[in-house]
Write a protein that binds this ligand. Structure first.
Ligand code: HEC
Length: 171
């Protein structure tokens, strides 16, 4: 009797070890079955936490869009070094193809447009307020051809490019 019980314990231990070995093999070796059909466990990774400040509660694009151009004030101090240099770089990247390297509206791309791109050193443009130009550049001109660049250029760079355009003055 003792022998039989002893044998059963040994068989039990052997089976258990074999079972564990199989599971280990399946999960951890290249040819284990679990490798071919990997178990996908949802929500294994914790959900990302949203950082503070991602959703604007004041300021932000919607407020700019809703405010009339003559009520928008540029936040820039153009005497600060770098504002106009950066404005020029933005101009050369995003505007020159239409408004031209001489700011006269003679850029290659713009010549197929109707109306033609504005001469940025004309009194019509130079006499406008920064805020009005900001709105034209950001949201386009209704019925016109100025592209809305609100999703292309950051708010700060839009103010910089406008400061740069204004710094050119009348022809
Ligand atoms: C795809 C061509 C194109 C690009 C790029 C472009 N513009 Fe224009 N822009 C125009 C056209 C065309 C007009 C003519 C205005 C109209 O549609 O009545 C215009 C008009 C303007 C005006 C006159 C707005 C007004 O209120 O009278 C300003 C200022 C201006 N653009 C500035 C810019 C600046 C700054 C950039 C770069 C950030 C830029 N534009 C990029 C085509 C372009």
């Amino acid at each position: 009797m003792k022998k039989i019980i002893g044998l059963m314990i040994v068989v039990g231990v052997v089976l258990y070890v074999a079972y564990e070995a199989l599971i280990y093999y399946d999960n951890n070796f290249r040819y284990g079955r679990m490798r071919e059909t990997p178990a996908v466990r949802p929500h294994e990774d914790p959900l990302l936490k949203m950082e503070a400040g991602i959703v604007p509660v004041n300021g932000g694009e919607a407020i700019y869009r809703a405010t009339a151009g003559d009520k928008l004030i540029s936040p820039l101090d153009i005497s600060q070094p770098g504002v106009l240099t950066r404005g020029k770089a933005v101009y050369l990247t995003y505007c020159a193809q239409c408004h031209g390297y001489n700011y006269d509206g003679q850029g290659t791309v713009g010549q197929s447009f109707h109306p033609l791109p504005a001469d940025l050193r004309s009194p019509q443009v130079q006499s406008k307020l920064d805020g009005e130009l900001f709105k034209s550049v950001s949201y386009g001109i209704p019925g016109g051809r100025q592209p809305a660049l609100q999703t292309t250029i950051t708010v700060a760079d839009r103010w910089r490019v406008i400061a740069f355009v204004k710094s050119l003055g009348n022809r």
